[in-house]
Design a binder for this molecule. Sequence first.
Ligand SMILES: Nc1nc2c(ncn2[C@@H]2O[C@H](COP(=O)(O)OP(=O)(O)OP(=O)(O)O)[C@@H](O)[C@H]2O)c(=O)[nH]1
Length: 307
Amino acid sequence: MSDSWFDRMRSGFRKTSERLGDNLSGLVTKAALDEATLDEIEEALIASDLGPSTAARVRARLASERFERGLTDEAVRAVVAEELEKILAPVAEALEIDAFPRPQVILVVGVNGSGKTTTIAKLAHLFMEQDYSVLLAAGDTFRAAAIEQLQIWADRAGVPIIKGPEGSDSSAIVFDGVKKATAEGIDVLIVDTAGRLHNKKDLMDELAKIRRVLGRLNPAAPHDVVLVLDATTGQNALSQIETFREVAGVTGLVMTKLDGTARGGVMVAAAEKYGLPIHAIGVGEGMDDLRPFDPAEVARAIAGVAA
Ligand SMILES: Nc1nc2c(ncn2[C@@H]2O[C@H](COP(=O)(O)OP(=O)(O)OP(=O)(O)O)[C@@H](O)[C@H]2O)c(=O)[nH]1
C-alpha cells in the first residue's frame, strides 16, 4: 500500500471522522461516563451512520471500560476504533481469482450512478496488476451511454471489451464474453449489468436470464455477484443491499465515493447488518483509487485515531 494511497484513504475518511468528532465533542468532558453521557455517545454514533447495533456495542464496551488513564476524547476514540475493527475485520475480503476452469465470472450490479462503470475498470486494473488477464462484457445494453462509458474506461485500463448495440440482448453479450474468455484462456470476465430496468421484476428477469446463459456454459458461473454501493447515499445504501440481495444474490460489496463524504460510517453499518464481504473501497476517481481495505486502518480513520 503506497503512502499516497494511504493518504487518500485517510483524507477520504476525514469528513466521516470529523462528523463523529463533532458529535462526540463536548460529551466527554466529565470525570466519569454516566448513563446520560453514554446515551449521548450512542446517539452520536448512530448520527454518524454507524448503525444502531454498532452504537450499542460501543456503548456497552465504553460502559465496561475503566479508563485508567482518564476519560479523554482520545481514549473514547481508541475504544471506538477497536470496536469498529472487530466489525470490519471479518468482512475485509479481497476478490480472489481461483476459479477452475477459467474464466472467473464476476457479475457487477448496482444502481446507475453508484460508480459501477468506473469500479469495473478499476477492478480490471487491480487484477491486471496481479498479472491476471481480464475481459469486460458490456451487459448494460439498456442505455447507449453505459456502453460508451464502459468502452472509454476499458481503453483507459487497456482491457478488451465485448459489446453490442444499445437494446441488444445482454445475455447474448455475456454468452460471447464467456466463449471468448474460455477460448483465449482469459482469467477474469467482468460483466456490467443494467442498474435499473422498468421495475424490480424486469431487473430480476434480466439477471436471471444472464445467470441461465452463464450456467449453461459453466455451471459455477457467476462465481461472484458484486454490488457497487455509493457511500454518499448513507442509509439508502443499506436498502440497496436488501433489494439486490433479493434480485441478484449478491456475494460481496464494493463501497465507492468514500472520499469527501461524511457518511463513510455506513460501511460499518453494512458490515454489522449483513456480514457480506467488502471486497474493496473506492476513494477517488482515478484508476488507482480502488483497493482492498485494511480493517484496522479504516477503523482508525473513521474513529479519527492517529495512524
Ligand atoms: N469521488 C469519487 N467519485 C467516484 C468514485 N467512484 C466513482 N466515482 C464517480 O462517480 C460518477 C459515476 O460513476 P460511474 O462509474 O459512471 O457510475 P455508474 O454506476 O456506472 O453510473 P451510470 O454510468 O450512470 O450507470 C463518475 O463521475 C465517477 O468518476 C469514488 O470512489 N470517488
